[in-house]
Design a protein around this ligand. Structure first.
Ligand SMILES: [Zn+2]
Length: 249
């Protein structure tokens, strides 16, 4: 005689129902949807799903989430480029793919420089999209928004707790992308903050990507020798070239 549990199991599967139907199914099995992973040797740490959601919220708040949707490797087009520009661009894109592939093992930074519309922000956004998809926390901000946020945190304008949280994310996210450095209003606060961000993230082996329209000598003039030497000494400098491609990619 077949036992009741066996009969029940057969009945369930005969009717096309998953036999695990009574088990709780988690969106994130890693943390069982709690957002935290317990550790034996210290306090619980944030799960990747939590950090990813935090990054997404920050992207939405900074108005950059649309940029990532529109700019990723799946929409990359090179057919309108001339041969030289195309070869140069594809080489840069390969380096970006390497950066993504080795993100968890190698510590690297990138400085994209070049004139407007040569693909700097596009490639930065491609990297951000891919790393977000693999549960990394990414902060992608224009230099202006970044320094405005830091000034709010510093001088406690508006919601101090929210400002402090943004400051924490800028310093501690897995990847920080500063877009369009040089378009912000540069002053001593910006110079000090930029050096502190670059230096602290360098000491913590946390990668940064910077894009700028400024030529390297102008970067030195605009900021300081110590910022310039830290960047040129520890960043892969990718000089983008060619005509304004924003209409074709
Ligand atoms: Zn999780």
């Amino acid at each position: 005689m077949t036992s009741f549990p066996k009969k029940r199991k057969k009945l369930i599967s005969d009717n096309g129902i998953d036999t695990r139907y009574r088990e709780r199914i988690y969106t994130c099995p890693k943390c069982r949807d709690t957002g935290f992973i317990e550790r034996e040797d210290g306090p619980a740490e944030k799960c990747g799903c939590f950090k990813k959601r935090e990054s997404e919220i920050l992207l939405e708040e900074s108005g950059m989430s649309g940029i990532l949707e529109k700019n990723n490797f799946s929409v990359m087009r090179t057919d309108m480029m001339d041969e030289d520009t195309k070869a140069h661009f594809l080489k840069a894109a390969d380096l970006c793919r390497d950066f993504i592939a080795s993100f968890d093992t190698d510590y690297r930074n990138i400085l994209f420089c070049g004139t407007v519309g040569t693909g700097k922000s596009f490639l930065s956004a491609c990297i951000a999209s891919e790393l977000l998809a693999s549960y990394h926390s990414v902060v992608y901000m224009s230099a202006k928004t970044l320094f405005d946020n830091l000034a709010d945190a510093q001088f406690a304008k508006g919601d101090a707790a929210a400002a402090a949280a943004i400051r924490d994310r800028i310093y501690n996210c897995d990847l920080l992308i500063i877009d369009d450095l040089g378009t912000e209003m540069t002053n001593s606060f910006v110079g000090t903050e930029l050096f502190t961000i670059i230096n602290e993230r360098f000491n913590a082996r946390k990668p940064v990507i910077i894009s700028t329209n400024l030529e390297l000598p102008l970067l030195r003039d605009r900021y300081s020798d110590r910022i310039f030497s830290r960047i040129t000494g520890s960043y892969d400098v990718l000089k983008m070239c060619g005509p304004d491609l924003r209409s074709v990619i």
